[in-house]
Design a protein around this ligand. Structure first.
Ligand SMILES: N[C@@H]1[C@@H](O)[C@H](O)[C@@H](COP(=O)(O)O)O[C@@H]1O
Length: 251
């Protein structure tokens, strides 16, 4: 960390291939180290990846029984039972469908009375677990990672953030009405994410192309939170051709 590194690019044809590639990274990591600490992401993009992992576990090719997980973020005010909470997302798509030990799967507590303290406790839990081996990331069209919206600083840690109108609009598709989307979230910070030993970001579709280009080639700036990934020494972007379309050559 510190200097500017080249983000490794893996460009595949489509969302299905990108999902298979990302699932492959997780499988490899967990086979190599069954007690891995995984940083997990939500959103529409990794849904297929999680389906593929569930298939692997069901087929007996993979076990998560010794793995520990930390999700990037959770909406403020949504209890774990709320269907649009990220707790529910992870339970229905991955944790509840595989052999994860519920004691070792963690998400920020968006319902805590003292959210600042909840953020600090979350950081302490990650440290206690020995840090994150492999962090998965999606990418917001405005360049957010986790819920680190434009303006997030390099030294930010797990904390409450206000969501931008753009992000609220983008996530409204998961809710019955746009006004149901929470306005705030508890998210790992940029510093938290950059401490992971390895990072894999998945982005697919044309709507992510501009953010991908700015994250990979643009200046490192708070205005494009994903650009901070250039400061990490082991980052791979798994992209489909649409998301990579503004990158020019594959170099
Ligand atoms: N907090 C999540 C992010 O972790 C996710 O990466 C991003 C992209 O979501 P999608 O994959 O649905 O485009 O937005 C959400 O708001």
């Amino acid at each position: 960390m510190g200097g500017i590194n080249v983000i490794e690019l893996e460009i595949v044809a489509d969302h299905e291939s990108a999902s298979a590639r990302l699932a492959g990274c997780i499988v490899e990591q967990v086979r190599r180290e069954p007690a891995s600490v995984l940083g997990l992401a939500t959103g529409g993009t990794p849904e297929r990846t999680y389906e593929l992992l569930v298939e692997k576990v069901r087929a007996g090719h993979l076990s998560f029984s010794q793995a520990t997980t930390f999700n990037l973020d959770e909406y403020v005010g949504l209890p774990p039972a709320h269907p649009q909470s990220y707790h529910a997302y992870m339970r229905s798509r991955l944790f509840g469908e595989t052999d994860f030990d519920p004691k070792r799967t963690h998400l920020p507590d968006g319902t805590a009375d003292d959210l600042a303290k909840a953020g600090e406790q979350y950081e302490a839990l990650i440290t206690e677990a020995g840090g994150i081996d492999l962090q998965l990331l999606g990418l917001g069209a405005n360049g957010h990672i986790g819920f680190n919206e434009p303006g997030a600083t390099e030294d930010s840690r797990t904390r409450v953030v206000d969501l931008t109108e753009e992000t609220i609009a983008a996530n409204a598709r998961f809710f019955e009405a746009p006004e149901d989307v929470p306005r705030r979230a508890l998210t790992m910070g940029i510093a938290t994410i950059l401490e992971a030993r390895e990072i894999v970001l998945i982005a697919t579709g044309e709507s992510k192309a501009e953010a991908v280009e700015r994250a990979v080639r643009g200046p490192v700036t708070s205005q494009m939170p994903a650009s901070f990934l250039q400061q990490h020494s082991s980052v791979t972007f798994v992209l489909d051709e649409a998301a990579a379309s503004l990158l020019g050559s594959r170099a």
